[in-house]
Design a protein around this ligand. Sequence first.
Ligand code: NAI
Length: 335
Amino acid sequence: MSNLRIGVVGAGMIGRSHIERINNRLHSGAVVAVSDVNLENAKLVASEFNLKVFENGEDLIADSNIDAVIITSWDPSHEQYVLAGLKAKKYIFCEKPLSDKAVGAKRIVETEIAGGEKLVQVGYMRRYDKSYIQLKEILSSGKLGEPLMLHCAHRNANVPDMYTTEMAIENTAVHELDVLRWLLNEEYVSAQVLLPKKNRNAHAKLHDPQILLLETESGIRIDLEIFVANNFGYDIKTEVCCENGIVNLPTPATPYIKFDYNESVAIPADWKVRFTDAYDKELQEWIISSKAGRVDGPNSWDGYLASKNAELCSLARESGEIVKMSVEAKPLFYK
Ligand code: NAI
């Protein structure tokens, strides 16, 4: 069977990285075209991978030589391109978040339902990470009893100057907001945000760190530290305390070194290093399921809930209050 012909909108850091993995390492699909609001970015990536350049993302999406689309542009442009993909009836892989606004993500859900065909997958790649899959298997086995408390951390070495206090939740913690409801198979019912003493390594517009406190439907309590200017590296933690035992998210093994009277293990520099295998698996499975006419990964409903929950957490931070998160019934279309 021929390769899935893929067009990419957004030729920045992760767009280029997805093109590289698909065209150099994965099978059954090939990126054949690229578009970027910054034409120079598109041309640069196109010359590296021999791709056709479209000046306009919508033209790329509508083109009859493109079977499926990957959207890796900035958050506020995701909705317009996903809607264009739905109009063209193409399979769409949209990097997280599905939309920078819950209302935009809801419009995508409504348009997809009206079209009668599931076409959208959202880039919540932690669901494809081996360590999260192992953690979910252990919890699902029931041998540790019911989960009661989770202690989590999302730590980055640093972030760019354009990164704001809102983004710590709406662009960073959305990963946990997605993966923890998947892990526990439960929705959140309340959120609160605490702001500890401000880190002097963070720029003026960013309050770092932040602590997010979540409660789920059955009463599980989650504390999530979001610490994005830690000056030491990328560090993801999830500890689940259950009735009969505790399980920690395994960290992929790296060489353990004894040298010069010291013992050391390297800390990943960033998400690209920590989650490389998850991105590979996510996109390989997306290619296979798109060719088979299915969406198997996180869908528009998951993307909508992540954006909606992130917005409510931002509200909790701004108000200092405990914010209720109402559990919405999942439309039949996504069951
Ligand atoms: P980036 O800034 O390196 O690249 C974004 C590219 O999109 C730039 O080349 C920019 O010119 C282009 N662009 C912006 N607006 C556009 C528009 N309206 N139409 C066409 N092109 C447009 O950003 P990066 O880090 O590659 O992030 C891109 C997206 O991927 C973001 O939504 C981000 O949240 C997501 N992301 C997801 C990650 C994950 O772990 N799943 C990790 C990193 C990014």
